[in-house]
Design a protein around this ligand. Structure first.
Ligand SMILES: C[S@@+](CC[C@H](N)C(=O)[O-])C[C@H]1O[C@@H](n2cnc3c(N)ncnc32)[C@H](O)[C@@H]1O
Length: 280
């Protein structure tokens, strides 16, 4: 059975997109994740600048997966299809599949993302931890800023490993705490955050946990990129957008504020991780 969807931030986004809010459509109508600024001092705190930075973050994750032409690529937790759209625009001969638990997001993706001539695109409803695909069906699996919502990281890694061909790559981005911060994070778990703006989020996976998980699953780790500094302008933009929209959701302010503080202190890292399934 698929897990239930409890993502209030997507309910808010979908409502604002339905109302055609121009700032939300520009900043979060395609990608729903943090931005990447190669020089964070150049961030302009505008929806257009944010959209560009979000596109750069997607491209950085795709680069970690060594994406190129003529590949079968699965994007798990695909949101509104932003990563699929980016790949579709930049590469050719791709068989692209976006998977999401939330059918409402997929409906938007199907409308917005149309395959270029030499590519194919499918958007499929399903759970990251029970992938509805045959063994060895994909050359690449991507999971951009979504693994913290999945019911079980270990199960997702096993599933990604199973559906990848030998020599295939998995790349993802995630918020990763430093080991010594874990007691603080565990304390935070006592708060009723699951009922908050971001829904169920598990930020308790350290880099050592990822290394262990990769080894247990059979993956070789290929990329460990700390881009925390490059993502920091995201927080200023989120607060600015919240003000523009007249945000009165206290849990959104608190959760974003805590994440911002921990990221600025470099206690909570934003990492891009890449893994290879051996055998080619
Ligand atoms: C922060 S959004 C990222 C969306 C997209 N990857 C992007 O970068 O624009 C997290 C996504 O994970 C999806 N998601 C959450 N739990 C999931 C699950 N168990 N299986 C598949 N997708 C899931 C959500 O519906 C949402 O689209």
């Amino acid at each position: 059975m698929s897990p239930t969807i409890n993502l209030p931030y997507f309910d808010t986004l979908l409502a604002l997109l339905e109302q055609e809010d121009p700032a939300v459509a520009e900043s979060f109508g395609r990608h729903v994740h943090w931005g990447y600024w190669s020089d964070p001092r150049q961030a302009k705190n505008t929806p257009a600048d944010y959209a560009q930075a979000a596109e750069y973050l997607t491209q950085a994750v795709c680069k970690a997966a060594q994406v190129g032409d003529n590949l079968a690529i699965l994007d798990v937790g695909c949101g509104f299809g932003g990563t699929i759209a980016s790949l579709n625009e930049r590469f050719t001969g791709l068989h692209l599949t976006g998977l999401n638990l939330d059918e409402r997001q997929l409906q938007r993706a199907r409308k917005k993302v149309i395959a270029e001539k030499a590519n194919t695109i499918d958007f499929i409803q399903g759970d990251a931890c029970q992938l509805p695909f045959e063994d060895a069906s994909f050359d690449r699996v991507l999971a951009v800023e979504c693994i913290f919502h999945f019911p079980d990281r270990q199960r997702f890694f096993q599933e990604a490993f199973r559906v990848l061909k030998p020599g295939g790559h998995l790349a993802l981005s995630d918020f990763v705490p430093l080991s010594w911060v874990m007691p603080l994070i565990q304390l935070g778990k006592l708060l009723p955050l699951e009922q908050g703006f971001y829904g169920g989020v598990d930020l308790t996976y350290t880099l050592d946990d990822y290394r262990r998980l990769a080894q247990e699953t059979g993956f070789t780790t290929t990329v460990q990129q700390d881009i925390t500094r490059n993502t920091l302008p995201t927080y200023e933009f989120l607060f600015h957008l919240g003000q523009m929209l007249g945000n009165r959701d206290l849990s959104a302010t608190i959760q974003t504020g805590i994440t911002a503080g921990m990221s600025h202190l470099h206690w909570l890292l934003y990492l891009i991780l890449g893994f290879e399934k051996p055998g080619k």
